[in-house]
Design a protein around this ligand. Structure first.
Ligand SMILES: Cc1ncc(COP(=O)(O)O)c(C=O)c1O
Length: 366
């Protein structure tokens, strides 16, 4: 059997007629930039994430950058984020001219550890960017307590966690701002780049609407240093076809995670842990094993290619050498980068395919 690691085109097949109709409607309507589908999707994502306002932008990376700009983070400020994630949150901090500060993560949930964050707070700290990694929310109550105590803003990186909850509260609704990505392989994926910022704060929402179009409220009158970061009507049209299926897709991911958990029980490896109160949406299902590289090779030889997220923690990336992060500085993130192994995970993965992955792992000489 051959099992793709990711399979975003499976959704294009199952929703083909609706997607093509939506694309036709959008291109014939001719409102390509910030058209009615963008406005509609903004309202729908705001509702889905339990917030009042949605601002469609070009990507999840831009969502983070515009969020920090809206909060007026700049040179001399520090922003705390995680070293065990995609580079986008760190990049957004750097783009503001602020200092990136990494705080280590929890060894079993892989998400931000509030105790590690607390140790990194200084008088210059302005904000925290928790990443809801792999589909599981960071511990927001603890982070909010720190934020209140030290007057910090929280920007939730929800790129991997649309639909995730914590004690019933959706990802994106807990910080000042929440940032989503619609990269094609995300739980809600476009057919290209796309992103959205959500917020409860009307003033911030107005500012973000200006920032995404060169700082204007009125055409050719520029009041803010802005960006060109707009969501295409075409991508919004596609996303609106998919959004009604998202909850069922996330439930299917959770069912597959359960199947993996049951099938892998008793082996000398760690299945992903879910923190109490968290509704996990399994953007990624990753196990931990000391024999990671050999097991990855064994899977590949049996038709199951995998990708490692993340092979190098951010503090050890060449681009951040000037931050002084040495090996041993953030030991949990470093250990995870050596032992983590994501398995195939998408709603269209069949039970038979998941069982085959389990069977191949059980056949490995641990
Ligand atoms: C945690 C995280 N943050 C931000 C991003 C950036 O999103 P985008 O690719 O849409 O720019 C991604 C993924 O792509 C991500 O995984």
């Amino acid at each position: 059997m051959k099992i793709p690691f990711l399979n975003p085109v499976a959704q294009s097949h199952s929703l083909k007629a609706e997607l093509l109709a939506a694309v036709e409607q959008s291109i014939m309507a001719g409102q390509f930039i910030l058209g009615p589908n963008v406005t509609g999707l903004e309202q729908e994502i705001a509702r889905y994430s339990g917030t009042r306002f949605g601002i469609g932008v070009n990507s999840g990376s831009d969502a983070l950058t515009l969020a920090l700009r809206a909060l007026e983070i700049g040179p001399g400020d520090e922003v705390i984020t995680t070293p065990f994630t995609y580079i986008a949150p760190a990049e957004s901090i750097h783009q503001m001219g602020a200092r990136i500060v990494f705080a280590d993560v929890d060894p079993r949930t892989f998400i931000m550890d509030p105790a590690a964050v607390a140790r990194r707070i200084t008088p210059r700290t302005r904000a925290i960017i928790p990443v809801h990694l792999f589909g599981q929310m960071a511990p927001m109550a603890e982070l909010q307590a720190l934020a209140r105590q030290h007057k910090l803003a929280i920007v939730e990186d929800c790129a991997q966690a649309i639909g995730a909850t914590q004690n019933g509260q959706p990802a994106g609704s807990q910080g000042e701002l929440g940032c989503f990505s619609f990269y094609p392989t995300k739980n809600l994926g476009a057919d290209g780049d796309g992103g959205m910022i959500v917020t409860q704060d009307e003033a911030l929402s107005k500012k973000l609407r200006m920032l995404r179009v060169h700082g204007i409220e009125r055409r050719y009158h520029h009041d803010l240093h802005g960006f060109n970061s707009r969501l295409d009507d075409l991508q919004a049209a596609i996303l609106r076809v998919k959004l009604p299926h998202l909850t069922a897709w996330n439930q299917r991911r959770a069912a597959l995670a359960e199947r993996y958990n049951r099938g892998l029980a008793g082996l000398p490896l760690h299945c992903p842990q879910v923190a109490a109160g968290n509704g996990h949406v399994y953007h990624v299902y990753a196990i931990l094993t000391a024999k990671r590289d050999a097991l990855q090779e064994h899977l590949a030889q049996n038709g199951i290619p995998t990708l490692i997220y993340y092979p190098v923690p951010l503090h050890l990336q060449k681009v951040y050498a000037d931050l002084g992060g040495k090996l041993g500085y953030l030991p949990v993130a470093e250990e995870l980068s050596r032992t983590i192994l994501p398995l195939p995970m998408y709603p269209e993965l069949t039970d038979e395919q998941a069982d085959y992955v389990i069977q191949i792992i059980r056949g490995f000489a641990f």
